[in-house]
Write a protein that binds this ligand. Structure first.
Ligand SMILES: N[C@@H](CCC(=O)N[C@@H](CS)C(=O)NCC(=O)O)C(=O)O
Length: 359
């Protein structure tokens, strides 16, 4: 399927699209116009009081992720930071998939060992037969019924912070403290529109005009963040918060994927000194860098998005050693975990495969 005419002014797509293959034309690109993300999710919440019918309970739910996915990465980071690994298990989809979306092809027998399903689609259909929207990660599945409870990535991490408190580890950080919520929401809101989703609006733009507009917004927002972070270690307050968790997965993927594959190429992350030091600081903080699988991430984007990478060749670089260089941001002060402390090592079964990460 050829790409949409890159030089003609685009029409804005009438319906929002999912970040998935479009059955009709095998593309992720929104032909002729802007990538317009569908943000209608399954919004059922898992809460301490169970008011939506799903109560927080250890061993009752499974978080389904793919290592490549930045939206899923946030849930993985928060789960690690809060020490919820023994309470909320994790299922890892393989890096590549087809039109029917994510599979458990890395698991023995290509079946998730807990849910006993081969495709994430099965859990969506168990909740909503013939679910017509994107079969996306992250998703939380109720283990006894095998039904997806929610795929609302933004609410998911907030609920891990505020509803699962009874099961947080000792020393877990306050990622969404009440007195900073307005500021976190403001910062995270712009990060979502211009940066997290902005890279996708560059990569999946269906017209030159849509691409240029997304590119300009992306780098304007990155400049804003460079200014903001020049003299403060974290985005909001003096500790890690949900705002940092929202930004980090996009920065971690920037040079390996977005700079080339999505044409976000005014600068590499490594050429933006403040953001590069900030990203390294977080990367070297337990719970962040140990969730990043650069190899699977490159595979997913470059093999799955065949309309923008028809050869499916996965780039070999970039070199990753530089993620370990000193960042020097301790001089700005800040207390990463506030009154708390860092999480312990990643549980053995969840570690990034040797040679795939940079830890
Ligand atoms: N729900 C999130 C994004 C979730 C999402 O789009 N995840 C991608 C992976 S990063 C996905 O699962 N896509 C399904 C596919 O490619 O088939 C949102 O739209 O803001």
């Amino acid at each position: 399927m050829p790409l949409a005419n890159q030089s003609s002014p685009g029409r804005v797509q009438s319906g929002a699209s999912f970040e998935r293959l479009n059955d009709e034309n095998d593309t992720y690109v929104s032909a002729g116009g802007e990538f317009d993300r569908d943000t209608e999710y399954i919004t059922t919440r898992i809460t301490a009081d169970g008011r939506d019918g799903y109560r927080v309970e250890p061993g009752q739910y499974r978080l389904i992720v793919a290592r490549a996915c930045p939206w899923a990465n946030r849930a993985m980071i928060v789960r690690r930071l809060l020490g919820l690994e023994d309470v909320l298990s994790i299922g890892l989809c393989g890096p590549t998939h087809d039109k029917r979306s994510w599979t458990f092809d890395l698991d023995p027998g290509a079946v998730d060992p807990v849910l006993k399903i081969a495709r994430l689609q099965d859990a969506y259909f168990a909740r909503i037969p013939n679910y017509p929207k994107g079969i996306t990660v992250p998703a939380i599945v109720e283990i006894p019924t095998g039904k997806v409870v929610t795929n609302d990535f933004a609410q998911m991490t907030l609920d891990l912070s505020t509803e699962w408190t009874a099961y947080h580890r000792d020393g877990a950080p306050q990622l969404y403290p009440e007195h900073l919520r307005d500021e976190i929401d403001d910062v995270a809101g712009r990060i979502y529109v211009d940066i997290n989703n902005g890279v996708y609006r560059c990569g999946f733009a269906g017209s030159q005009q849509a691409y240029v507009a997304a590119y300009d917004r992306l780098f304007t927002a990155l400049d804003w963040l460079s200014d903001r972070l020049a003299n403060q270690r974290y985005l909001v307050g003096d500790t890690i918060t949900e705002a940092d968790v929202r930004l980090f997965p996009t920065l971690a993927r920037f040079d390996a994927v977005y700079h080339g594959h999505f044409k976000c190429n005014r600068h590499k992350l490594t050429e933006m000194p403040v953001l590069w030091a900030y990203a390294r600081d977080l990367f070297q903080t337990p719970g962040f860098g140990d969730t990043i699988d650069f190899e699977q991430t490159k595979q997913t984007y470059h093999i799955v998005h065949t309309d923008i990478n028809p050869t499916r060749i996965v780039p070999k670089g970039p070199d990753l050693d530089n993620w370990h260089t000193p960042h020097g941001r301790e001089t700005l002060g800040g207390r990463p975990f506030g009154e708390g402390n860092p999480p312990g090592p990643t549980p053995v079964g969840e570690r990034v495969q040797a040679g795939y990460g940079a830890i």
